[in-house]
Design a protein around this ligand. Structure first.
Ligand SMILES: [Zn+2]
Length: 420
């Protein structure tokens, strides 16, 4: 048993009364206004002088502006606009980073120039810091006061020894309000003596483990797609700009949110179970972005949430003393016989059963892949636990130059670094 300090967030739903909803909308509005105002100011200043003001400079400017032009902002906590301006700085930092990565060929996606926020896309969110106190079923926030929580005893009550609270973010989604608190806390990591397991992520089954366990895919999106289609149709039948259309659109949003919650629940259950019961978990570095471009697979893959699976597994492994080994996506785990190593070069995605022509092994395709992954853990067992920076799938960009086939085998150890 050892103790580590982890950064993590807890998100839970709020039970707001009417005046609190109004106050939250006002805060979210102020944050949105500040973000959009800051974006305009940055653009103007950059066009004029070639240099954009920072969040601190903008906040100073805004404080002066408040007295004459935007007196309504006095009704909200000063944190809301201030943190929004910080978010804007972060958005620009990410944009510049991606521009640089694009130049060096490490990023092929959009560079994402910061866009103004629109109320039409959702009420949005705001972040508060300062005096935040958490009770078992209530959270006390600056300006908003005591707000009831829908779930009791989920958030770590302050002051709990070893828990440091940084900030609280309040957000709205489909008419529900949530709070997410960012904390640093101590976590005692147990001595994990579980077995080594290879996990093959798939579309037929969410995951196949090398011990033969098959975790079925809930495929909730597909099942709920019919209902969504119907709801979408209802929207288009309503008059544009009318109240009924808005109501119908809200229903679609709620249905999507429902699916998202169910999916998140399944993923959390699976990743927690794996991290708690296995000592080494070997997964494949699937190139999710590349697979999503393939339209036949796209929906099913997005549904299964591969990238999210890996992200959760990585941070949970650190909490429960497990190790995640990521195997290069060039490793032919599906095509190789897990018993004798014979390579089936003709194997296609449609072949669900693996038949070895050398030793006669016949077994489920996914199980064969999982067994291969498990083997790869053994071959890399003595490799050092490299503690570099790796944040989930983004790293895969670096592996692009690896030669396909056996020679290109590369094991990337996921360190127990940053997590949320
Ligand atoms: Zn064989």
């Amino acid at each position: 048993m050892r103790v580590i300090r982890v950064l993590r967030a807890y998100k839970t739903e709020l039970a707001l009364n009417h005046s609190q909803i109004t106050a939250c909308k006002r805060h979210a509005g102020a944050a949105r206004w500040a973000y959009n105002w800051g974006l305009r100011r940055k653009q103007e200043a950059y066009a004029a002088t070639g240099k954009a003001p920072t969040a601190i400079e903008l906040h100073r400017e805004l404080t002066a502006l408040k007295q004459i032009d935007v007196p309504w902002m006095y009704a909200v906590s000063k944190c809301a606009p201030q943190e929004a301006l910080r978010n804007l700085d972060a958005a620009f930092a990410h944009f510049f980073r991606r521009c640089l990565q694009r130049k060096t060929g490490k990023w092929s996606g959009k560079v994402g120039y910061p866009q103004p926020k629109s109320k039409k896309k959702g009420l949005g969110s705001f972040r508060l810091n300062g005096s935040i106190v958490v009770f078992s079923d209530v959270i006390q926030l600056p300006r908003l006061g005591r707000v009831r929580l829908k779930e009791r005893e989920y958030l770590p009550v302050t002051p709990t020894s070893g828990v440091k609270l940084f900030s609280a973010t309040v957000s709205e989604q489909s008419g529900r309000w949530y709070v997410s608190i960012q904390v640093e806390q101590e976590q005692s990591v147990p001595d994990n003596t579980g077995p080594v397991v290879g996990v093959d992520l798939g579309i037929k089954a969410l995951a196949t483990l090398s011990d033969g366990t098959v975790i079925p895919n809930p495929k909730r999106l597909k099942r709920a797609l019919k209902k969504i289609k119907r709801l979408h149709k209802a929207v288009t039948r309503k008059e544009k700009g009318g109240n009924n259309r808005k109501k119908a659109a809200r229903k679609v949003g709620k249905q999507y949110q429902r699916i998202a919650h169910q999916r998140a629940n399944t993923l959390h259950q699976v990743t927690t179970r794996l991290a708690k019961t296995k000592s080494v978990i070997v997964i494949e570095d699937l190139h999710v972005a590349g697979m999503l471009r393939n339209h036949h697979l796209a929906q099913a893959i997005a549904d299964a949430g591969f990238a999210e699976f890996r992200r959760q597994l990585t941070y949970k492994a650190a909490w429960y003393g497990a190790r995640v080994v990521v195997v290069s996506r060039w490793e032919p785990t599906s095509k190789r016989c897990s018993q004798c190593g014979w390579l089936d070069t003709d194997l296609t995605l449609a072949d669900r059963v693996f038949c070895c022509e050398a030793c006669g092994l016949t077994l489920d395709r996914d199980l064969n892949a999982a067994l291969n992954l498990r083997k790869l853990a053994a071959s890399s067992a003595d490799s050092q636990n490299a503690c570099g920076e790796d944040r989930s799938g983004r790293r895969s960009e670096d592996d692009g130059e690896t030669v396909p086939g056996e020679a290109g085998t590369k094991h990337v150890e996921v360190p127990c670094g940053l997590m949320r």
